[in-house]
Design a protein around this ligand. Structure first.
Ligand code: HSE
Length: 335
């Protein structure tokens, strides 16, 4: 499978580390990946139809000029035409999320479908803003649109709902859908300041490029919209939702909750009719109270299976990189 990677931050590098470190095991299971193109808006593009060296790419992540000048290598700046003309089978889109416009990543996805490529996204923007259009363009092209990594990193929240629970009617999804805020709240329970906990979450690669979206609830709200589109074909927008983050929660609030045997959690909820993101005080006996750090949880309420809950990593370099890999493996298997 030949891959064109757009976006080469924490997540893109995480995917390439996995492809480098697990190449032998993946090959033994029938998956062989070659990265032919890497592009970012700040560093430009690297393309070699024969394949780029993953180790050298990771070494040159900060400056593409550091990549060795090997035969067949092309440097450039025009991401759209690279996507259209390169020989990749799949576009992996993991550039920074813009939940308002989804751009320029939506155009990258269209260019990929129009030139016969599958699309795998960690970038939430295009899925939240243009889900229906992307599904239509993928169908028109006879290609796959995959976005497991957009909700709960590589924890298979999308696959659980859309594949494993297919045949059930899902009535509601609710849980903790943002790793950064759950990490901050957990660290505050241990006595750390809000600012220090946020700085750690950034350092650990959990937070978005602009962490305001995490702490103000918009990242979780974007995931609510993705779930609303994918599960319920709902047209809900940010304007239709109550969205509140954790910025108003103080160390005193956290201590007060602890004294009452409770914890603050940023809880997201989505139904066929709406969605919300709200900080709530939950009792220690509530299963969400045990979900700590950058771990997330989602409960699908269904007709046939009752509640089905999935708990796992919600953010992180390798965790989100794995989300992308899981989609690439599905495409490779023809799922
Ligand atoms: N910033 C996001 C989070 C990354 O903290 O959950 C995963 O979508």
């Amino acid at each position: 499978m030949k891959i064109a990677l757009v976006g080469f931050g924490v997540v893109g590098q995480g995917l390439l580390e996995i492809l480098r470190d697990k190449a032998a095991a993946l090959k033994a299971s029938g998956f062989e990946a070659t990265v032919v193109a890497v592009a970012t808006r700040s560093k430009g593009t690297l393309y070699n139809p024969q394949g780029l060296d993953i180790g050298q790419l990771l070494a040159a992540a900060g400056d593409f000029q550091q990549y060795p000048d090997t035969a067949g290598l092309e440097h450039g700046t025009d991401i759209l035409s690279l996507i259209k003309t390169c020989n990749a089978d799949v576009l992996v889109e993991c550039s920074n999320t813009d939940l308002q416009t989804g751009q320029p990543a939506i155009d990258y996805c269209y260019a990929a479908f129009d030139s016969g490529k599958h699309v795998v996204l960690a970038n939430k923007g295009p899925v939240a803003v243009a889900y229906r259009e992307l599904v239509a363009r993928a169908a028109q092209a006879g290609k796959q649109l995959r976005f497991e990594a957009t909700v709960m990193a590589g924890t298979p929240s999308i696959r659980l709902a859309m594949q494993a629970l297919q045949g059930c009617t899902i009535r509601e999804a609710r849980g903790i859908l943002n790793g950064t805020t759950n990490y901050i709240l957990t660290q505050m329970e241990g006595g750390m300041s809000y600012a220090e906990a946020l700085a750690q979450a950034q350092q650990l690669g959990y937070a978005e490029a602009d962490p305001a979206g995490d702490v103000e609830g918009w990242d979780a709200a974007g995931k609510v919209i993705i779930l609303a589109r994918a599960l319920f074909n709902s047209s809900i927008t940010f304007k239709d939702m109550d969205v509140k983050g954790i910025t108003a929660i103080t160390a005193d609030d956290v201590r007060e909750a602890a004294a009452a045997g409770e914890k603050w959690k940023l809880v997201a909820r989505v139904t066929p009719d709406g969605g919300s993101v709200q900080p709530l005080r939950v009792k220690l006996s509530n299963p969400l109270a045990a979900v700590s750090g950058a771990t997330n949880a989602i409960t699908y309420s269904t007709d046939l299976m009752g509640d089905v809950t999935l708990v796992g990593a919600g953010a992180g370099r390798l965790q989100t990189g794995f989300g992308l890999l899981s989609d690439l493996l599905d495409i490779n298997r023809g799922v």
